[in-house]
Design a protein around this ligand. Structure first.
Ligand code: ADP
Ligand code: ZN
Length: 713
């Protein structure tokens, strides 16, 4: 096998023109029958590395994956690209398993996904032995290591692969990179001189931003309003806070669901389904959400609270932008989060406590840092970025220093006069001359620095105190109710006139203003593109709904964006779009090209009428569906689907002669009983095949139109 055939397969099945860094090398090594260990971040494109060999080499590729919930989805994704794949795990009935085993044995498929349990079961080995296997791909390979964070006992039984199948290459893939786990994978699978492919863990399409955690709700509302219709996740610390935040957002007119482990399985599954299918776009969740889902078009992730360590943070923001399209991440940082964690950690002492505290400290340093955030992140994963990234808040808005000596002096002397016996917030209250009860009760209004910092708002003081803490001019005694203490360095400021440089903080208000300006300043061309993207997104949604698959399986956001920019109108042009392979061009190409023609109709007068409008004209002339089909050389089903689309679009077309009000009632009534209510086939089956597909299509158009009218009312 050679790389040219791999490249051709990449275009044919996936519609991509080029391999990403490493993919070609990995595939070449598999072609050379060598074992390999592949380390790539989530979204890096690991699966292509075994899928391309699977479709180009003779025989079947066996993929071992522990994520049973994902298998079906992955296999459907492959099938949508015209690749023959199946899966075997405990979710299938015996009969179904039998069927898949037959396909496998007879070589009718190119890829077989199996659970580790199935792979190591006694009955499966003979079947493996009798089949021509071209590659074993071990996904999530870190599960083999008891050092890793996700150990699966069945994985450790997979040694037998190398013994039983000496000539079949094994590729092990993971997104977890630490060295011990890496060595363990090689050892346990008994890989033979494997080539190790370690790709960069950078995710340049994710923007990074940290903001002080004040007025979070207001900031989140604005953030979301600037990103209409985008899918996003807000991670919260507790179950209760997911519920509270979602209800507050709903109160502000922003629909948001919540998700946490305390809910019933059914409730969780339904929240997840809605999110995957773009029926809902915002989820307030605990960190468990997002683990088993493959949705590639999550456009943003917000951390309402500081994560416990950098590993978790990176994993959680990594759930955004798996399609490679620009996505935003925002972390709220407040000192009190640190306090909460520290309290919990020190209360439940264990031998892990010290490590956990150290990891928390690194997380805090990241949040407080005034250097390019991506450099710090990658550095944490032992990777050096040579230049600033340009896509984090620090790079975009470099910190502006000013002489903060007077501010520092005021703060330190307040701490001094308060006898180093109160917490941060009370120090600020004193500086601001607050009239709080506690101040008067303790007689603090007589202290010399009382009110000395009245001119600076509370939130800014919080920030300066944070800077003084991280520069070591102050410290917090965690063992003494978190009171603020002076340090050696404080003395130099108080008594030796040491200069202190502080960073000017944009206040929340200024920040919100900047955001607003940024949103307004989009050039016209971009706005038009956004509009077309919206049109295509809607089309994608309805095509997905009809087929009972998630929208991102029709085309990814990246592909839609490219369509919106390039506006392809012929098969040839469509084929140039990244993500449009043969099968999808055949299935969906015309729908999208029609929409694009329709959208650009005004642009060039010679553009011919869209296919819908041609049908509309003929309908207006009272031709029957059969006549129109004949005139246009299309089949009747196509004309019915035009009719449905025209009706949904609000055109004056009559559907009542093709589907009666009673039938519409029956069809809509059926929806509530179906697991996949908008899938044409499910509805068809519900009526035992007695309800014509065209009627179903029109009834759904009726439903969608009514729903739209309601939303617009
Ligand atoms: P991983 O398994 O590493 O998390 P995936 O294999 O799911 O990542 O790939 C992530 C996304 O990148 C998918 O949408 C995939 O189609 C896309 N992708 C992979 N390889 C390429 C490529 N060579 N060109 C364009 N897109 C690619
Ligand atoms: Zn940066």
């Amino acid at each position: 096998m050679d790389l040219a055939s791999a490249q051709a397969a990449l275009k044919k099945y996936f519609g991509y023109d080029n391999f990403r860094p490493m993919q070609a090398e990995i595939i070449q090594s598999i072609f050379d029958q060598k074992d390999a260990l592949v380390l790539m971040p989530t979204g890096g494109g690991k699966s292509i590395c075994y899928q391309i060999p699977a479709v180009t080499m003779p025989g079947v590729c066996v993929v071992v994956s522990p994520l049973i919930s994902l298998m079906k989805d992955q296999v459907e994704g492959l099938r949508a690209n015209g690749i023959k794949a199946s899966f075997l795990n405990s979710s299938l009935s015996n009969e179904e398993q039998q069927e898949v085993e037959n396909e496998f044995f007879n070589g009718f498929i190119d890829l077989l996904y199996v659970s580790p349990e199935k792979l190591v079961s006694q009955s499966f080995l003979p079947l493996l032995k009798r089949t021509k296997i071209n590659l074993f791909a071990i996904d999530e390979a870190h599960c083999i290591s008891s050092w890793g964070h996700d150990f699966r006992p069945e994985y450790s039984k997979m040694k037998f692969l190398k013994n039983e199948f000496k000539d079949v290459p094994i590729v092990a893939l993971t997104a977890t990179a630490d060295k011990i786990t890496r060595r363990d994978i090689v050892k346990q699978l008994e890989l033979r001189e494997p080539e190790v492919f370690l790709s960069s863990f950078d995710r340049p399409n994710l923007s990074l931003e940290v903001r002080p955690g004040q007025k979070r709700l207001e900031q989140i509302v604005q953030f979301i309003k600037q990103r209409p219709r985008q899918s996003g996740i807000i991670y919260c610390l507790s179950r209760k806070s997911t519920e509270q935040l979602s209800s507050k957002l709903n109160g502000k007119g922003i629909p948001a669901d919540f998700y946490h482990a305390g809910m019933s399985d059914a409730a969780r599954a339904s929240v997840q389904e809605d999110f995957i299918n773009d029926n809902s776009s915002i989820i307030c969740a605990t960190v468990a959400f997002g683990m088993g889902i493959d949705k590639s078009n999550v456009r943003w992730v917000i951390h309402y609270n500081l994560p416990k360590n950098i590993e978790s943070y990176y994993q959680e923001i990594g759930r955004a932008g798996r399609d490679g399209v620009k996505s935003d991440t925002l972390l709220f940082y407040s000192y009190s989060d640190i306090q909460v964690y520290k309290d919990i950690l020190t209360k439940n002492e264990s031998d892990q406590t010290e490590i956990k505290l150290a990891k928390l400290e690194r997380m805090k340093q990241y949040a407080e840092s005034l250097l390019c955030r991506r450099r710090i992140l990658l550095n944490y994963f032992s990777e050096n970025l040579q230049e600033n990234c340009g896509n984090c808040d620090i790079c975009r808005n470099p910190p502006q220093y000013f002489d903060g000596t007077v501010i520092a002096q005021k703060a330190l002397s307040a701490v001094y006069r308060l006898r180093q016996s109160v917490g941060v917030s009370l120090v600020i209250d004193v500086l601001r001359g607050s009239g709080k009860r506690e101040i008067y009760d303790r007689g603090l209004q007589h202290i010399k620095t009382y009110g000395a910092g009245r001119d600076i708002p509370y939130s800014e003081w919080q920030n300066y105190m944070g800077q003084l803490l991280s520069m070591g001019y102050l410290e917090i005694a965690h063992d003494q109710k978190n009171v603020v203490k002076l340090t050696e360095a404080s003395n130099r400021v108080l008594f030796e006139n040491e200069q202190v440089e502080l960073v000017k903080m944009a206040t929340v208000k200024e920040r919100l203003e900047v955001d607003k300006k940024r949103a307004q300043s989009k050039p016209k061309r971009q706005r038009v593109r956004d509009e077309l993207f919206e049109v295509l997104r809607k089309l994608r949604k309805s095509l997905a709904q009809e087929r009972g698959i998630p929208p991102y399986r029709v085309f990814s956001d990246a592909t839609l964006e490219e369509m919106a920019a390039q506006k392809p109108r012929t098969d040839e042009q469509m084929r140039q779009i990244s993500g449009v392979g043969d099968r999808k061009l055949h299935l969906f190409g015309d729908f999208f090209m029609d929409s694009i023609r329709e959208f650009t109709k005004g642009d060039s007068p010679e553009e011919k009428l869209s296919t819908y409008d041609q049908t509309l004209e003929l309908l207006a002339q009272k031709f029957s569906i059969a006549d129109i089909a004949e005139k246009r050389g299309l089949n009747e089903t196509t004309i019915f689907s035009h009719l449905a689309i025209l009706y949904e679009r609000g055109e004056q077309v009559d559907i009542s002669s093709y589907v009666s009000a009673k039938e519409i009632g029956q069809i809509l009534n059926a929806l509530q009983y179906l697991e996949e209510p908008f899938k044409l086939k499910s509805i068809h089956e519900y009526f035992d095949g007695m309800m014509n597909y065209n009627k179903i299509r029109l009834a759904l158009a009726h439903y969608n139109k009514a729903k739209q009218d309601l939303e617009n009312a």
